[in-house]
Design a protein around this ligand. Structure first.
Ligand SMILES: *[C@@H]1O[C@H](CO)[C@@H](O)[C@H](O)[C@H]1NC(C)=O
Ligand SMILES: *[C@@H]1O[C@H](CO)[C@@H](O)[C@H](O)[C@H]1NC(C)=O
Ligand SMILES: *[C@@H]1O[C@H](CO)[C@@H](O)[C@H](O)[C@H]1NC(C)=O
Length: 249
C-alpha cells in the first residue's frame, strides 16, 4: 500500500471524479476532463477513499475496464490504493473505477491518457529477389497520433511514379510497396520518418539489396503428384484384391 501526501490543489482537481461519497486521488493529478495524463513507462498511483456519511470500514472494490483488480485484505477498508507501474501503451484509455463492495451505484472513475512516441529506430538489411515484391512497413502508432509519416529513398522523397511505389497507411502501419523489384530502380536505402506533435522526429532505415533470381523448384506440385500416384496404385491393389478374393468364394 502506498502512502500519499496530497496537496490541497490535488483534492480540488479530484473533485471532477467524485460522486457522492467516493473520491479518487491520483499522482499525477487528474485533469478537468477526468483523465490522468502520463508517459508510458512511468507510474500512476491511485487512491480511493470514502467520504461523508459512509461508514469508514466499508470495503472498496477497484475495477480496470470493468475487471476486478486483486487487492490485499488490508487494502480495502475505508480507503484503497492501486499502483500502475510501469504504465504500458496498452493502458491508454484504460478506465479505473472504484466503488463500495456493497453498493455499485456510488462510484468514481478516471481514464488514463498514456502518451508514447512512435517506436521507430535502427537499420534493417533486407534482401529481395529480382522481380519479387518488396514491402517495407513502419509502425506509426503513437499518442498523440503522428502528424505525418514520410518515406525517402537514398535521402530524397520517394518518387511514387518513377519507382512504381504505393504508400498506404491504416493508422497502425505505414507501408511502402513495389510489386516487381528492379535493381536499378529499387536497390537503395529507404527511411520512414514520423513527425509527432509532442516527441522528437523518429525514423527507421531499411537497406534493400536486390539479389539474382533463384530457381524455385515447384516442390508442392511434385509432392502432390507422388501422393496421387501412390493413392492410385493402392486403389488398384485394393480393387484387384477384391477380385482375387472373389476367386476364393
Ligand atoms: C447506494 O448508494 C446510493 C447513493 O449513495 C443510495 O442512494 C442507495 O440508497 C444505496 N443503495 C443501497 C442498497 O444501499
Ligand atoms: C491525451 O494527451 C495528449 C497529449 O497531451 C492530447 O493531445 C490528447 O488530446 C489527450 N487525449 C485525451 C483523450 O484526453
Ligand atoms: C542509392 O544509392 C546507392 C549507393 O550510393 C546506389 O548504389 C543505388 O543505385 C542508389 N539507388 C537508387 C535507386 O538510386
Amino acid at each position: 500500500m502506498l502512502m500519499f501526501r496530497t496537496p490541497f490543489f490535488l483534492l480540488l482537481l479530484c473533485g471532477a471524479t467524485q460522486t457522492l461519497g467516493i473520491i479518487i486521488q491520483s499522482n499525477p493529478a487528474i485533469n478537468s476532463e477526468g483523465t490522468i495524463q502520463v508517459d508510458a513507462q512511468k507510474t500512476v498511483s491511485l487512491k480511493c477513499e470514502v467520504d461523508g456519511d459512509i461508514p469508514a470500514d466499508e470495503e472498496l472494490v477497484w475495477l480496470r475496464n470493468g475487471a476486478m483488480v486483486q487487492l490485499s485484505d488490508d487494502n480495502k477498508k475505508g480507503h484503497s490504493s492501486v499502483c500502475v507501474t510501469p504504465v504500458l501503451t496498452e493502458d491508454n484509455d484504460a478506465i479505473f473505477t472504484c466503488h463500495l463492495q456493497t453498493n455499485k451505484s456510488d462510484k468514481a472513475s478516471v481514464t488514463l491518457n498514456v502518451t508514447y512516441a512512435p517506436a521507430l529506430s535502427g537499420t534493417e538489411e533486407i534482401k529481395v529477389e529480382l522481380e519479387s515484391p518488396l514491402v517495407l512497413e513502419c509502425d506509426m502508432r503513437a499518442n498523440p497520433p503522428v502528424s505525418s509519416m514520410s518515406w525517402t529513398l537514398n535521402g530524397s522523397k520517394v518518387d511514387l511514379l518513377e519507382g512504381g511505389f504505393t504508400v498506404t497507411n491504416n493508422g497502425i502501419t505505414s507501408r511502402l510497396q513495389v510489386n516487381s523489384v528492379n535493381k536499378h530502380l529499387h536497390e537503395a536505402t529507404y527511411k520512414c520518418t514520423a513527425v509527432s506533435p509532442m516527441f522528437p522526429e523518429s525514423s527507421q532505415t531499411f537497406d534493400v539489396i536486390v539479389t539474382e533470381k533463384t530457381l524455385n523448384f515447384p516442390l508442392m506440385p511434385i509432392i502432390a503428384g507422388v501422393v496421387v500416384v501412390c493413392a492410385t496404385a493402392l486403389l488398384a491393389i485394393v480393387s484387384r484384391w477384391r477380385k482375387i478374393r472373389q476367386c476364393f468364394k
